[in-house]
Ligand binder design. Structure first.
Ligand code: BTN
Length: 271
């Protein structure tokens, strides 16, 4: 295992426990596991710009500065959430990269359902929701350069107790264990990487339409959506992954999928 001296060293036992569970698919490691990191996104990005191959995974038991969408933070008590980032080097035009987080949402929703009798829905662009509560989130960050890449971060609430949630999340988030779907983080990682490999292959070989169909079957639509100049109601997922929103005056407007998935110059480390 090689890492640059400036980075913290992976934890051998944690690395072994999760690496043993990787599926033998397109996204199959190598994996580095850490007891604590600032963010798996930062460590995976650093590894990627030093040559980590597609499928490389950085996983942490705990993050001191976990990142969510829209500059929000993502927190979980140690060992209670599946927190990891995967390096992708997509053989797709950059304009199609926003499809990747949508595929990830589908892969996570399918994997969550293998854990127990739960029905997972998708809230655009890629929140995974069970019984109206968020169980997982996805953050895709593109990195430009000679070899552009995506660092795909996934956080799944696995075993938090109801009392673990900070007040601003209580009522909005829930763990799989609390929903009656207990699962080991190792098995969940394996399922997600296997489903993500499958959807990634579909995007590359068959295009976006099969994924769009799968996403729409799980879509949470009819929700109120803030717009730059008002509000509207979500009504569909468009043919390029955009959210179709009906304004209150009846006009349609389209929200494009998450800008973060598009490449930013390497070194432009958002903190
Ligand atoms: C969201 O806001 O819904 C996206 C949350 C993504 C969280 C995951 S946890 C693993 C990876 N590392 C991070 O810092 N964020 C992502």
């Amino acid at each position: 295992m090689h890492w640059t001296p400036a980075e913290p060293a992976p934890d051998p036992a944690l690395t072994r426990a999760f690496a043993d569970c990787l599926p033998g698919d397109r996204l199959a490691g190598p994996l580095r596991g850490y007891r604590s990191l600032e963010s798996t996104q930062i460590a995976a990005r650093a590894w990627a710009v030093h040559g980590a191959p597609e499928g490389a995974v950085v996983l942490a038991d705990y993050q001191t500065a976990g990142r969510g969408q829209h500059g929000r933070s993502w927190t979980a008590p140690p060992g209670t959430a599946l927190l990891f980032s995967v390096v992708l080097r997509p053989p797709l035009p950059v304009a199609r990269w926003p499809e990747i987080p949508l595929a990830t949402g589908c892969a996570v929703a399918e994997s969550v359902e293998t854990a127990g009798p739960v029905s997972a829905r998708l809230k655009w662009p890629n929140d995974v929701v069970v019984d109206g509560r968020k169980v997982a989130g996805v953050l895709a960050e593109g990195v430009a350069g000679e070899l552009p890449l995506v660092v795909l971060g996934i956080g799944v609430n696995v075993s938090q107790r109801e009392t673990d949630w900070p007040s601003h999340l209580a009522g909005g988030a829930r763990s799989l264990a609390a929903l009656g779907a207990p699962v080991s983080r190792e098995m969940l990682l394996r399922a997600i990487l296997a489903r993500l490999s499958a959807w990634y292959g579909v995007l590359v070989h068959d295009g976006f339409e099969p994924l769009r169909a799968a996403w729409r079957r799980r879509a949470l639509l009819g929700t109120r959506v803030p717009l730059p100049d008002g509000e509207g109601t979500s009504i569909d997922l468009g043919p390029r992954g955009e959210l179709v929103v009906r304004r209150d005056n009846g006009d349609l407007t389209f929200l494009v999928t998450p800008p973060g998935a598009m490449p930013e110059p390497a070194g432009a480390e958002a903190r």
